[in-house]
Design a binder for this molecule. Structure first.
Ligand SMILES: [Zn+2]
Length: 234
């Protein structure tokens, strides 16, 4: 069975997700509501709600903290807290310490409600790796394209979800080489980098199999186990 650990699919896209368990991620209060509604309707759609770092600047601090509360209140309806993280490409130097504070609050919150966090990190890989070094909750680092050396200390402790960027960035191939297969998940980041979940997950599995020198069938089976271990409820 194919699994998608990171998607932004909406209800209108559901046809593309037949027989594919998918974790749909919210980005802000509005999309979090949509994600919850979508996941309640379909058995194979699972909700992750969070606050994307590129969305912070459009909200007041009190609105952001109110949404953090909302995440706690919805803990029984979600399988993870996401999408969250740090994005230094789209934040100014003055915003960064504030975003870091929000992210560390989110990590605490996720640990408190016992859910994995789904992390976006862009041009902030070193900072995220440092923050996670002593984190004892669960985490999925999604679409990592940074220097693989930065995650050396955390590569066996957290999950890494791999999408078709594996064909675009040599760093992703290197990442797959060094991360244990028991820590690898598949994802699409639909609709941003693919509009065909099934085909792209299959292609990614074949590439992981090639790099890890296993059969695609064995990789698919191991990834299924990883999903079940990572997101308890699936
Ligand atoms: Zn995303």
């Amino acid at each position: 069975m194919l699994y998608d650990a990171h998607s932004h699919a909406k209800e209108k896209d559901f046809k593309k997700y037949k027989n594919i368990p998918v974790i749909v991620n919210g980005l802000d209060p509005e999309s979090n509501k949509e994600v919850l509604k979508f996941s309640e309707k379909y058995e194979n759609v699972f909700a992750a709600i969070g606050f994307h770092p590129t969305r912070f600047s459009e909200y007041l601090e009190k609105e952001i903290y109110a949404e953090f509360e909302e995440i706690k209140n919805k803990k029984n309806k979600i399988v993870a807290v996401g999408e969250v993280g740090l994005d230094y490409k789209y934040s100014s130097k003055t915003e960064r310490p504030v975003h870091k504070k929000y992210f560390s609050e989110i990590l605490k919150l996720a640990k408190q409600i016992n859910k994995p966090v789904i992390i976006h990190c862009r041009q902030a890989e070193g900072v995220v790796a440092k923050m996670l070094k002593n984190y004892n909750g669960k985490a999925v680092i999604h679409s990592y394209t940074g220097n693989p050396e930065l995650i050396e200390d955390i590569k066996s402790k957290f999950y890494f979800s791999i999408n078709t960027f594996i064909f675009k960035y040599p760093e992703v191939k290197k990442l797959v080489e060094i991360v244990p297969l028991s820590r690898i998940l598949t994802e699409t980041d639909f609709p941003y980098i693919t509009d065909n979940p099934k085909t792209s997950i299959k292609k990614v599995i074949r590439e992981i199999a090639r790099i890890k020198k296993f059969s695609p069938e064995d990789v698919e089976e191991q990834i299924e186990k990883n999903f079940k271990r990572c997101f308890n409820q699936l």
